[in-house]
Design a protein around this ligand. Sequence first.
Ligand code: NAP
Length: 250
Amino acid sequence: MDTEKGPLANKVALVTGGSRGIGAAIALGLARDGADVALTYLNRADRADRVVDQITALGRKAVAIAADNADPAAVTAAVDQTAGTLDRLDILVNNAGVFPYGSIEDTSLAELDHTLGVHVRGVFVATQAALRHLADGGRVINIGSCLVERVPYPGVALYAMSKSALVGLTRGLARDLGGRAITVNLVHPGSTDTEMNPADSTEAAAERDFIALGRYAEPAEVAATVRHLAGPGGRYITGASISVDGGFAA
Ligand code: NAP
């Protein structure tokens, strides 16, 4: 390990949905630990470029790639571009996400397909593509949700269903990839202050009542666990679902 550059020196990470929120905090955190980082985004090139600038200011390499997680060809191309541009791939963080809200009666087939495309098929395809590049000892870290462990209010059945698929994928892949010392884990953030779920929204007060610690997480608090799983301290953790939810599911 190059202790001067951090525990992830000479490693390359790809973070999907790294332009804002939790993904941006993860991308920055992995860079602070020494990794070069590629990040994908959907629309917000300005925000992606800002994260790239912050990472390069740390002395690390960074690249932003427009890639819709619902588009398998774009996801595969983003993985290949990461390995091609940054020379290797060690860590894949499947973070890109959307928040469909509403009753099952009001949910269209298009929204169902889109949510599953981003949260399930996109994760599967990104991981499949990454496996062609991942070094032995690599890491796959999926971002789930506290709503996998507990659904205390209505309107989130589709969201909870889509994130729940990652439990099976994570466990199965942990078994498939253990022989290569590649670990696969699932992090369940709780209510985290981002544009998806602002801590100052009208709904936030009710959501806060479900949290044992009584407050929203900062994105960096979720990123801290991802950094641990990506680093040397995470090498014996695989197939796990880890809640970083302030006790939402307690
Ligand atoms: P956010 O602030 O809305 O940011 C979403 C990120 O995902 C952005 O970088 C966005 O790119 C990207 N993205 C959205 N749709 C995409 C697509 N189709 N293809 C590629 N990228 C896409 O969300 P967040 O709160 O940071 O959430 C990050 C992850 O944590 C998600 O998986 C979410 O479900 C999960 N999570 C969040 C919370 C919470 O309370 N915030 C709680 C539990 C789990 P653009 O900037 O280009 O739009």
